[in-house]
Design a protein. Structure first.
Length: 82
């Protein structure tokens, strides 16, 4: 059975002043200036990447429940201040 739970962590790069991602979703690499922008990019792109890179080979054999992955988005420990 394909993995159904994926984690995306937002990390802050103080030198570059951007949030960047650490994730177990193949192909997901996000960089954004604000956490809100980071979150929007993740929620827009992650589902497609999960289907393409984690579920596609098993689409015909998975139940509907197994086709709906969950995405856990971990915000950074300390949001940067402007």
């Amino acid at each position: 059975m394909a993995k159904r739970r994926f984690v995306v962590s937002a990390l802050w790069d103080e030198d570059a002043k951007i949030f960047y991602s650490e994730s177990d979703i193949i192909g997901l690499h996000v960089e954004a200036v604000t956490f809100k922008e980071f979150e929007e990019i993740v929620l827009d792109t992650a589902p497609e990447l999960i289907i393409e890179n984690h579920l596609k080979p098993d689409l015909q054999t998975l139940s509907l429940r197994d086709l709906i992955p969950s995405i856990i988005l971990n915000p950074p420990r300390h949001l940067a201040t402007a």
